[in-house]
Design a protein around this ligand. Structure first.
Ligand code: IMP
Ligand code: MG
Length: 195
């Protein structure tokens, strides 16, 4: 698995430092009020579980699962696979947590979906941000690190379902996704599913 990594971008130590900083920002914003962290599956599960343990104020945890499809030219369609109950959304202050903000489609669609269902406030926190890839205007309220336009894996981020368990973030060697083994799981990074 490690042989498929071209370069390590963020080590475990750097990740901890980045999360500590964002956890402090989040704590500051929500101090004294109830809120719910909504982890966007599957990619954010590693980040969300580390993040919530560094936030020393009361919070609830919920999950949402969505897949976005789009190749950068066509407006992406968001499919909701799993959504929190009305009780977990209505009138609540929500912090959506995702692994990476790429085109921005997943996050902006999810923010809209939660607002439509009556959330009192919807904010966002992403582990990584690729501003160079944005297809629509969207800025996260909190983010740990900015990355260049390259395909990254590890710390929850996958390629074709794998590499999520790497403890660091690395750039995947282009030959892995350019000549990837054939099969239904193989996706071009540009068309990756939004999980
Ligand atoms: P967006 O809707 O284009 O912002 O897509 C965000 C989703 O695409 C993320 O939640 C990831 O699942 C996936 N994604 C985007 N870039 C990468 C990457 O470099 N590595 C792994 N997954 C990525
Ligand atoms: Mg994701």
């Amino acid at each position: 698995m490690n042989d498929d990594i071209q370069e390590i971008l963020f080590t475990e130590e750097q990740i901890v430092a980045g999360i500590d900083q964002v956890a402090a920002e989040v704590t500051e914003h929500y101090r004294g009020s109830k809120f719910t962290v909504v982890s966007v599956l599957k990619g954010s599960c590693v980040f969300a579980s580390d993040l919530i343990r560094r936030i020393p104020i009361p919070l609830e945890l919920a999950f949402v699962s969505a897949s976005s499809y789009g190749d950068g030219t066509v407006s992406g369609r968001l499919e909701l696979n799993f959504f929190p109950s009305d009780q977990e959304v209505s009138g609540r202050r929500l912090l959506l947590v995702d692994d990476i903000l790429d085109t921005g489609r997943t996050m902006s669609s999810l923010v809209g979906a939660f607002r439509e269902r009556g959330a009192a406030e919807v904010r966002s926190c992403v582990f990584l941000d690729k501003p160079g890839r944005r297809a629509l205007e969207y800025t996260a309220d909190h983010r740990c690190f900015e990355v260049d336009d390259q395909f990254v894996v590890g710390y929850g981020l996958d390629y074709a379902g794998e590499y999520r368990n790497l403890p660091f973030v690395g750039a995947l060697r282009p030959e892995i996704y350019q000549q990837g083994s054939s099969g239904p799981e193989t996706v071009s990074p540009a068309k990756t599913l939004g999980d």
